[in-house]
Design a protein around this ligand. Structure first.
Ligand SMILES: *Cc1c(COP(=O)(O)O)cnc(C)c1O
Length: 365
């Protein structure tokens, strides 16, 4: 049997008529940028999350950059974040000229370790930027309390966490700004790049609206130097269709994870604390024999990926930050032992059972 890591064609085939209609509607209108689809999607996304405002932009990376810019974070400022994430979280910090200050992760949840943050706060610290990793919430209530206590901004990288909740509140809505990505492989994915910022603050929303549109409040008058970063009408139309299905898809992912958990005997998986609801963007298992396991699964038709093989502080592009091997031992150990299994809403029970069987056979050898 061949089991793909992700097969977006299966999703498309199930919603093809809705998607085709949405795309045709935009093409027929010949209105491509900052039109009615985007407004409708922004309202729908804000409603889904239970927040006042959403602003669509060109990508999750842009959303992170615009979030930091909207909060006036730049050169001389420090932003506390995790070394165990997709590189874009850190790229956004360096892109605005601020300095990322890493804090090691919890060995069970893989999220930023809240207990280690206070020691890293200095007079230059402006914000905490946690990531809800693999679709599971970080300790966002504790992070919000810590940020408030030290008068810091809290910006949530919820790029993997569409629909994840803590005590029934959607992640992305705990800080001043929450950031989402609609990269095609995310739980809510566009048909190209896309992203959004969400906030309850009207002033921040206004500022983000200018920043995403060349910094213009009035056409051809530019008070701030913004960028060109809009979520295209076609993408917004696709996302409007998909948002309606998101909760069902997240439920199907959760169900798949349950089947995996039942099937796979004693393999460590990401811990989800009580009160936390993951949207199961990725299903990650941990093993000291990770590379061997990946090879075995590949030889038996199962496609897997590693999120992420190199922690951010050891990436060559950040060698100027002067971190080295041993700086964040937990992140480094986890990076060398995690493996992401196939997980998407349309995965069949047979496929999951097969992957589980292969893993069990590997560990019995
Ligand atoms: C996907 C992702 C991003 C970047 O989003 P893009 O839309 O690809 O720019 C940022 N942070 C995390 C944690 C992500 O998973």
């Amino acid at each position: 049997m061949q089991v793909p890591f992700l097969d977006l064609k299966r999703q498309y085939l199930r919603i093809q008529s809705e998607i085709d209609e949405a795309i045709r509607r935009v093409v027929a209108s010949q209105f491509f940028i900052l039109g009615p689809e985007l407004t409708a999607f922004e309202e729908a996304l804000a409603g889904f999350l239970g927040i006042k405002y959403a602003v669509g932009v060109a990508s999750g990376t842009d959303a992170l950059i615009l979030a930091l810019r909207a909060l006036d974070i730049g050169p001389g400022d420090e932003v506390i974040t995790t070394p165990f994430t997709f590189v874009a979280t850190t790229l956004a910090i360096t892109e605005v000229g601020a300095t990322p200050v890493f804090v090691d992760i919890d060995p069970d949840t893989y999220q930023i370790d809240v207990n280690l943050i206070a020691d890293k706060i200095t007079s230059k610290t402006k914000a905490i930027l946690p990531v809800h990793l693999y679709g599971a919430p970080s300790e966002i209530e504790k992070l919000a309390a810590l940020a408030a206590k030290h008068n810091l901004f809290l910006v949530e990288d919820a790029c993997q966490a569409h629909g994840a909740k803590v005590n029934n509140q959607m992640v992305g809505t705990f800080g001043q700004i929450g950031v989402f990505s609609f990269y095609p492989g995310k739980n809510l994915g566009a048909y190209g790049d896309g992203g959004a910022l969400v906030t309850n603050d009207e002033k921040l929303r206004q500022k983000i609206l200018y920043l995403r549109n060349y910094g213009q409040k009035q056409k051809y008058y530019h008070d701030e130097s913004g960028r060109n970063s809009r979520l295209a009408e076609i993408q917004a139309a696709v996302l409007r269709v998909k948002l309606i299905h998101l909760l069902d898809w997240n439920q199907a992912r959760a169900r798949a994870v349950k089947i995996y958990q039942k099937k796979i005997v004693d393999l460590k998986m990401q811990k989800i604390p009580a009160g936390h609801e993951s949207c199961y963007h990725l299903l990650v298992v941990e093993s000291g024999r990770r590379n061997e396991l990946q090879k075995y699964l590949s030889n038996n038709g199962v496609q897997t990926l590693i999120h992420y093989p190199v922690p951010v502080h050891l990436q060559k592009c950040f060698k100027g930050l002067n971190y080295s091997q041993g700086s964040f031992p937990v992140a480094e150990r986890i990076a060398s032992s995690v493996l992401s299994l196939p997980l998407f809403a349309e995965l069949t029970d047979e496929e999951i059972e097969y992957v589980g069987d292969q893993i069990n056979i590997f560990f019995k050898q």
